[in-house]
Design a protein. Structure first.
Lengths: 222, 222
């Protein structure tokens, strides 16, 4: 949007923050829409999500370049250096989330061609929490808010529990009626994808805590 | 190991290269051993892999810090800047691969408590290719070898095909005999994990091509 006309260092950093939030917003929408395309059996929406993956990839390329420019031209140290190098890592997480959303949409497209297996209750709930986690992880990043980041790490358990519940339920469908196996496997895949997107949010949040506190709590919260 | 006694810039970069290869070697061994713990029904080996995950995490923390030191103290530009920022991204991929190996070992531990479902042929073949892909992606990185990186991207298809074959075979087991479902699901998980580790190798290789060529071929090969 803006950014290239201004030249002060702070404006450049704000532009970077804004670009990451924009990319994050896109990815949050893809999560919600991927699950909506499943619940509403909306194959056209699924197709649009699959196409949106390119847009996410373009954001990644542009943000990577902006980070490299900032490192080369501004030669930041300390807090700013941690912020920019973390931005480089975070865009990779966001890009992989975009991939996972496109893959969920592909499974939804397949599922929409067969009779529905069951009403979806836990999967939309998971999607909601996962979206909130991504949003809060990125807010924590741009604001340097370690308290919010700790909350995100804790919320991961909720998504793990929901995923476990979905897996168990789908397993019982498969055991009782093998004709449900292929549909149940696709739903299993969607549930696991959501759980893995929550892991990305948790990874981002852990890195934010490191950025703020300057010490590494990654691999100690689990 | 070495590195902290020397002080020239080139020596620092070489130390970084060496640390990434060491971390890569550890991860390659974890892939091989996770599948070995399944094939040989060796639960003790599975436990050791689960414990090794901490070691991978420690490598990540140290390499991240070395990269930040290099950026702050040496203020690199151009080729060296791309190399160091890419190192930051690559260690994240390697750390996530370590997580996946630990998770595969957990599934192997569960599978070892039940009668074997079938002789494992394709999964060890996949593991072999995935190991080669990781090794070659990291060699391409430290040598700046874009030709080798392109080979890694192409090899990904082979692993995808093997995974498809394994998935189809396990699906037919489940359909024919629902008592195999829980074991087949665990094997499905292991096969998909290997496929995703190959995706990490491909991601690394694509980033290396970008580093060498200076233009982004990510999201155009696929």
């Amino acid at each position: 949007m803006s950014g290239h006309v201004v030249s002060s260092y702070d404006a450049d950093l704000n532009d970077l923050r804004q670009r990451i939030l924009t990319m994050g917003g896109l990815v949050e929408k893809m999560i919600a829409d991927a699950v909506k395309s499943l619940v509403d059996r909306d194959t056209e929406l699924a197709e649009r999500i699959i196409a949106m993956d390119h847009e996410v990839n373009n954001h990644e390329v542009v943000i990577d370049e902006r980070c490299l420019e900032l490192l080369a031209l501004r030669q930041p140290t300390g807090k700013d250096l941690r912020f920019i190098t973390l931005a480089l890592k975070i865009v990779t997480d966001l890009e992989r989330i975009g991939d996972k959303c496109a893959n969920m949409a592909k499974r939804a497209r397949q599922l929409n061609q067969e009779p529905p297996l069951k009403p979806y209750i836990d999967i939309p709930r998971m999607a909601h929490w996962v979206e909130v986690m991504i949003k809060e992880a990125l807010d924590a990043f741009v604001r340097g808010d370690d308290v919010l980041a700790v909350k995100v790490c804790k919320d991961d358990q909720m998504v793990d529990d929901l995923n476990e519940q979905v897996q168990r339920e789908l397993y019982s469908y498969m055991i009782e009626d093998p004709s449900t196996i292929s549909r149940a496997m696709r739903l299993t895949y969607i549930s696991k994808s959501l759980e893995r997107i929550a892991d990305h949010a948790t990874n981002i949040a852990e890195m934010v805590i490191f950025m703020v506190k300057g010490k590494d709590i990654r691999h100690t919260i689990a």
